[in-house]
Design a protein around this ligand. Structure first.
Ligand code: BYC
Length: 316
């Protein structure tokens, strides 16, 4: 009897059995995962830049320590994710090369500037809040190494979201100028945050197949709606106004209705023409080039140790 590998694979997915690196998988599944996981890793690494910009200017030691820890967590997330993508057969150097040559995508959100300290609050609250909404279901994604990496990532994202909301809370309970800063940050970060979930479902070419393979558990629009529904009461608690005149609770749907997203802006940012795309890419390329001597030194040291062990073994 002929064994159909594709049927065995889909059967595992349907029965919630994780796919592991040595298992047979369709080539397109492997490619889709490499695409999504490497983009996700790049987003974490590039995502360090807008906040890293504020570490030296945090208003006090407590805020500085928390922000430093958050940015460091993001480096860790990037590294777990690169490791997960490597299990699918792409090397880290290849992934870096795709990022540095502008071939790889990373989240649109990190191409916006951080203009005031309040942006640290808005990013933690909204950007990490959106990330949690998208990433908690990824803890159940069908590929084992990705799902396991996401468990720790989500725990840390939850700390990030709280540190952001706490900054917003302090600003909103502070002076009128501080509250204005918080409102201004919300005005600038709201729409880019809801764009993070990606195009509408009827315009999302990868969704149908990724849902069938249980790489994605919810569609882009479902996650966006969930995010809006939980975030509006949080904005109300802060006493801030979400910058969307069409935002309205819809009793019949049991959800908030919201205005039309500016997809031209989204497409423009994804195409590399957002306010900070060039600056972000340059920062990563410079970091790679300036770090060459560190990589060379680490490799030379590793080689020296290897030679020493080899000559010790020969002498014995
Ligand atoms: N920005 O068919 P679709 C973080 C692309 S890091 C740029 O719906 P898919 C954090 C998409 O790649 C947050 N591009 O795609 C870090 C596709 O293009 P390609 C990152 C976007 O993959 C530091 C095309 O549009 N999170 O949280 O089914 C500090 C069509 O889209 C975007 C992840 O990466 C976008 N926003 O769904 C703070 C989570 N959206 O590849 C926080 C994992 C879409 O065909 N990723 N595109 O050329 C995912 O869940 C999915 O990949 C997405 C997109 C929902 C993002």
């Amino acid at each position: 009897m002929e064994i159909n590998l594709e049927d065995i694979f889909q059967n595992k997915i349907d029965n919630e059995v994780k796919i592991e690196p040595r298992d047979w998988m369709p080539e397109k599944y492997r490619k889709t995962l490499i695409r999504q996981i490497s983009q996700h890793a790049h987003s974490e690494i590039v995502g360090m830049l807008p906040e890293g910009n504020w570490i030296t200017r945090a208003p006090n030691l407590r805020r500085k320590v928390a922000l430093l820890a958050k940015v460091q967590d993001e480096a860790g997330h990037g590294l777990y994710l690169y490791s997960a993508a490597e299990t699918l057969g792409m090397t880290r150097d290849e992934m870096y090369n795709e990022l540095h040559t502008g071939k790889a995508k990373y989240s649109s959100i990190f191409n916006y500037p951080t203009l005031s300290w309040a942006d640290m609050g808005a990013i933690g609250w909204l950007v990490d809040g959106a990330a949690i909404m998208n990433q908690v279901p990824l803890c159940r994604t069908s590929y084992g190494p990705y799902a396991r990496a996401m468990v720790r990532v989500c725990k840390e994202e939850s700390f990030h979201q709280r540190q952001g909301y706490e900054i917003m809370m302090s600003l909103c309970n502070g002076t009128p100028e501080q509250k204005t800063m918080a409102q201004d940050a919300l005005n600038r970060w709201w729409w880019p945050s809801i764009m993070m979930f990606g195009p509408n479902d009827d315009n999302s070419p990868n969704s149908a197949q990724s849902m069938k393979w249980k790489i994605k558990r919810f569609s882009n629009d479902e996650l966006r709606q969930k995010f809006i529904d939980v975030t509006i009461p949080q904005a109300e608690l802060l006493g801030l106004t979400v910058p969307d005149k069409d935002l309205k609770w819809n009793e019949a749907r049991g959800h908030y209705d919201f205005g039309i997203i500016n997809w031209d802006e989204f497409n423009n940012v994804v195409a590399g023409n957002g306010p900070c795309n060039k600056q972000r890419l340059k920062a990563r390329v410079d970091a790679w080039n300036n770090g060459e001597w560190v990589r060379d030194a680490a490799n030379a040291y590793a080689q020296k140790r290897k030679n020493r062990v080899k000559s010790g073994q020969q002498a014995a």
